[in-house]
Structures are given as C-alpha cells and as structure tokens.
Design a protein around this ligand. Structure first.
Ligand SMILES: [Zn+2]
Length: 404
C-alpha cells in the first residue's frame, strides 16, 4: 500500500507470477535501464543501447514536451508521441517490434516473391566452439570475421547456384559455455540445384574460415536445411519468445537476453553480469541483415514494412465495430520521476498496465503514488548532507507546481 494506491503484484520480483508478455516487456526495459545506468556509474561511459533508459519516457522531437501521453485502444495501452530507442539488443520493447516487423515482411513480401519466381530457400546455421571463460567480445569478433571470409570465398559458388540474396539473423543465447553467438542465414537460390553437393562445399568452407580466424568448430558448427522458410520463421519466433522456448533442446542452448533480464530483476547477480557481458560483446552488431535482397526481388525493404497487426481470426462482425480509443495525459515531470531508472519499481509497466483499464483517474493515482514512493526512496537512500538536500529539492519540485 502506498498513499491511496495499492500496487497489486507488479513488483520487480513478481515476474514469474506475472508472466503476461505485455507486462514483462516493460519490466525488462526497466531492468535493462537499471543495469546500463549501473554500468555508466561504474565505468564512466555508456554502452551502445543505453538510450533504452529513455524509451517510452522522453518525448519525441516535435511532440508536446510538457505532457506524458497514453493511448488506449483495442490493442492495449501504449505511450504516444514518446521517444522509441530502437535498440535491438537492450530494449525488449523495440526488439519485439523489430522481430514482428521482420516476420511480417518475410510472410507478406519475401515468401510471395520466392514463390512467384519459382525460387527456393535454404537455411544455413553457423557457429563456432566457445567457452565461458574466454573473452566474449573476441569471440563475437571472430564469428563475424569468419562469416565475412566464408561469404567472400563462396561468392562464385553462390553465383553458380543462382543465389539472389541472403537474410541473416544473429542470435546470442547465453549458456554454461558463455555466449552462444550464431547466425541463421536464409539463402534464396534457384530451384532444382544439387543441394547436398552445395552443402558439402559450404560446410568445408565454413570450417576453413573458422580456422583462418583462429577459432575452431566441430560438426555442429554448420547446418543446412533446404526448403526452410517455415523453419526460419519459427527460429525468429523462438528468438523472441513469440513461440515456446521451453523445449529441452532450446533450454540446453542457454537463456535469451530477455530471460537473463528476468533473472536479473529477481536479484540474480550472475545473470546481471552475463547480460552486461553479452551487451558489451554486441556493441554495434546488427541483429538482422537483408543486404540488397529487397532490391533484387523488387519488393519493399524490410525496415519500411508495416506490420499487419490484424488478427486473421477476428470475425467480420468484430471488424465492423469502430475502434474506440481513450487518451490519457499528465505532467511529463511526474512521468519521468515515476519511471526513473533507479526507481524500486518498474514504473512504466505499472502505468501501462493500469492504463489498460481506460480509467484516467486510476492512472493518475498510480503515477502520484510512484512519485511519492520515489521521493521516499531517494530520501531514505540519501546519506551525505548534499544528497539529502538534493532529495529534498527533488521532492518539493513538482509539488509546488501542482496546487490542484
Ligand atoms: Zn526501446
């Protein structure tokens, strides 16, 4: 209980019970922000992806800078006109959106183009041996170098089998052997080729490339599946938990970055350290790479593709109902305080969950309670006289401006 508002469940520690992805997403955003803010304090520099601290908090350029704005409609509650960080590794919200966009593009643009041209698609998987104790940054560097070398050396073979393009995804679960970085590459090529001959050449080329960069790999370092668009889509789903990740073989590969954040939020310091270590190794690395595949197939670019959110199961009857939306707004100062990266609670998750009720009064009560709690937290944790002065000033600010 805090003020007049009782926070049901949504503590950082309630993730297990509270497993709805919509809440989990913003709890992960809050946890990532906390870890990255901690990294900055310890090291005096920001990691790439640190702008997740402002995702859904700061206002976007050109929008009313004084108001926090929420839109509630049939698809749920979301911040409106706020900054989106676009970080594919650190921000669960933006990564989820990017994965959804890529999947939608594969289904809506890529597959029809492959089918209409009578082409085929094979999925190639590449990885290398790795250990927990080795430098994860070095490992990721070698993996990328090996792929580059493989790609260059294979260019004539690719030409021979009529390769039109590749869609490459990087995945980075973390397991007992450290960061398990691997690529899935969807190779679009001519139909009717001798795929097993190609597989043999590609496997040998990958092994040679890995050795050339100082790495090593066994027979699990390379895999090929033909006619694999559906498998590729399934991989994408698993990569962001849009499908079950609970199978034994998936678990043995380690935890996804989001799952590490779930553990970190529960106070698991090993998971927190592993997450930071993985983010350090991913600095500047792309998650998806489509090259010029869109141009070659004369289809729209993946990054420009609109996600069709429409559910195929929605009946016509439901479709005829005009969607109603509610707008809820309040002071941006309060929003920033209620969602501060060092707040003991995941403010954004709590606010948006309350907003789904569509009741502005309830949202404002939660925002106020979060602000009061933050003030009390800052006051309690202030030790030196200057910290106490700062905490006092912070508490008074906003109160003075709000006579209502
Ligand atoms: Zn974001």
């Amino acid at each position: 209980m805090f003020g007049n508002v009782q926070f049901r469940k949504c503590q950082m520690t309630d993730i297990k019970k509270n497993s709805k992805p919509r809440n989990r997403e913003y709890i992960r955003v809050a946890t990532a922000s906390k870890l990255l803010a901690g990294y900055f304090h310890a090291n005096g520099k920001n990691l790439k992806g640190s702008s997740v601290v402002g995702c859904g908090r700061w206002k976007a350029y050109g929008k009313n800078p004084n108001l926090a704005e929420i839109v509630v409609d049939e698809s749920g509650a979301r911040m409106h006109g706020h900054f989106r960080c676009g970080s594919v590794w650190t921000c669960d919200h933006c990564a989820r959106a990017r994965v959804a966009q890529t999947r939608s593009w594969i289904r809506g643009a890529l597959i029809p183009a492959i089918e209409s041209r009578g082409l085929n698609a094979s999925m190639l998987t590449f990885t290398m041996a790795h250990t927990y104790g080795e430098c994860w940054i070095e490992f990721m560097k070698k993996l990328h170098l090996a792929y580059k070398l493989f790609d260059k050396r294979m260019s004539r073979i690719f030409e021979k089998i009529g390769v039109l393009g590749k869609l490459k995804t990087l995945e980075v679960p973390v397991g007992k052997n450290g960061i398990h970085g691997h690529f899935h590459s969807l190779l679009i090529h001519a139909a009717g080729i001798d795929i097993s001959a190609f597989e043999e050449i590609a496997r040998a080329a990958w092994h040679r490339a890995v050795i050339a960069v100082g790495g090593n790999c066994n027979e699990h370092g390379f895999d090929l599946k033909s006619n694999a668009v559906a498998d590729y889509l399934a991989k994408q789903e698993i990569s962001h938990e849009m499908a079950s990740h609970g199978t034994k073989s998936a678990k043995s590969k380690g935890l996804l970055l989001g799952q590490l954040l779930d553990k970190a939020a529960l106070g698991d310091s090993k998971a927190s350290a592993e997450w930071i270590r993985a983010i350090e190794a991913l600095q500047g690395r792309a998650r998806f790479h489509a090259g010029d595949i869109a141009k070659k197939l004369a289809i729209p670019n993946c990054t420009e593709w609109e996600v069709e959110e429409k559910n195929d199961n929605v009946s016509d009857e439901v479709n005829t109902v005009i969607p109603q939306s509610t707008e809820i707004s309040y002071s941006i100062d309060k929003h920033l305080k209620a969602t501060a990266s060092d707040h003991p609670r995941p403010g954004l998750a709590l606010i948006l969950r309350t907003a789904r009720s569509g009741c502005p009064k309830r949202v404002l009560a939660v925002v106020d309670a979060l602000c009061d709690e933050y003030d009390a937290y800052k006051w309690k944790s202030a030790v030196t006289p200057s910290q106490r002065l700062e905490a006092r000033m912070f508490m008074e600010r906003g109160k003075d401006l709000n006579f209502g």
